[in-house]
Design a binder for this molecule. Sequence first.
Ligand code: 4NP
Length: 164
Amino acid sequence: MRVPPPRHPGHYSVALVCLGNICRSPTAHVVLEARLAEAGLDDRVSVRSSGTGDWHVGRPMDQRAAATLSEAGYDPSRHRARQYDASWADEHDLVLAMDHENLADLGGRSERVALFRDLDPVGTGEDVPDPYYGGADGFADVLAMVERTSDALVAELSTALDPG
Ligand code: 4NP
């Protein structure tokens, strides 16, 4: 998938959306920010995340998601859960839903709304499965697909910012 051009040349804003904003989209948020910093793009790309539900607003990441990130060398400590607001659609260049249910809650696909794994070279267009009610393996699986997809997304964002 090609990402849409930024509304304001030189800066790109990405929103990541799941259900609770304590497992999947915060994991993607932390990994994507780390990858952007490695690519030297952290001052040109801003990332936010939220959940369509309000149950966990203000809370830190799920302990299992945080532990999975910590063990892999990331810092999960700054996250506090937020709820998605319809105004986010106009405030971001790209809104990426973690699964098809989240995508439907956002009103479906549009020029700037897509699935996160539309960018995944392995399993393109599939869900990031909700790990909340499952075991530890689910969190490791989420991290692996998030890392792979974030690498592809950073490459696309780099091209969108410098189309050459
Ligand atoms: P997330 O996972 O959407 O990846 O943050 C969930 C977190 C909480 C709930 C469901 C999914 N919940 O039902 O409370």
